[in-house]
Write a protein that binds this ligand. Structure first.
Ligand code: HEC
Length: 222
């Protein structure tokens, strides 16, 4: 019986086209144009243009930002004059001075003289100008006195660790530690040679996560 039944007119709607639907709706809404009906998808070209811009921006920053390193990013650098890649050479003295002023100056003072009976001097110090391994170790893991510097014994305070130690430490990079050491070894009339970041790395790995040094332990180092 169903074969002879005329098709349900609602089924024919399935064959309706977008245009016919729009015109039906326009009629139903008393001739008011259906403004939503004519929205277009974002043109593909725009998608490509924006993707291209984002890609360009990323590449540009990667090439010229110097990774926003405070020591190497030069916003006046012109492309074609080397770019950020060739400016990555950090001046250890400038970096060391900056590090000193930000972290050591409160205890060891601007003139490197320290504070009598509390903070030992770095100016003229035999520790600063002596064995590289000892002074790097002091910076990496800290030092708990008593320690004798220029004939005077200090034990009132402790020297904090600037490397990475269990439960603290300033966690400075090897470059920063090498730079601050290079700086204090030739500031205030000191005359020792620069410290290489590779040497800091070597000792960091060798001494791993140890606690602060004592004077006796340091004196065993070469
Ligand atoms: C909180 C104070 C404090 C800060 C900050 C500090 N030190 Fe020290 N430092 C000391 C004390 C105290 C000693 C001596 C150890 C002791 O008395 O236990 C010392 C010892 C030293 C020594 C070996 C002894 C000498 O006088 O030569 C060096 C080298 C040194 N510090 C370098 C630095 C550098 C470089 C920085 C910054 C990166 C720094 N210190 C930051 C307090 C400090």
């Amino acid at each position: 019986m169903s074969a002879e039944q005329p098709q349900d007119p609602r089924l024919e709607q399935a064959a309706a086209t977008d245009d016919s639907l729009i015109s039906v709706h326009e009629k139903a809404s008393a001739g008011t144009p259906d403004t939503h009906a004519h929205y277009r998808l974002l043109p593909l070209a725009l998608l490509f243009i924006f993707s291209g811009l984002i890609f360009f921006g990323g590449t540009y920053l990667n090439r010229y930002s110097g990774h926003f390193h405070s020591e190497i990013f030069d916003e006046r650098q012109l492309p074609g004059q080397g770019g950020a890649a060739t400016v990555t050479k950090i001046d250890p003295i400038a970096l060391g001075k900056k590090q000193y002023n930000s972290a050591c100056i409160t205890c060891h003072m601007p003139n490197g003289q320290g504070l009598p009976n509390v903070y030992p001097p770095l100016a003229g110090s035999e520790w600063v100008q002596g064995s590289e391994e000892r002074v790097i170790s002091i910076l990496l893991h800290g030092l708990k006195g008593p320690v004798t510097v220029l004939g005077k014994t200090y034990s009132a305070a402790a020297m904090p660790a600037f490397g990475q130690v269990a439960g603290g430490g300033y966690n400075w990079s090897d470059e920063k530690i090498a730079a601050v050491l290079t700086y204090i070894r030739q500031e205030w009339g000191n005359t020792a040679g620069p410290i290489d970041a590779a040497k800091v790395t070597e000792l960091r790995l060798k001494e791993a996560n140890r606690k602060e040094w004592s004077e006796a332990e340091l004196l065993e180092l070469p």
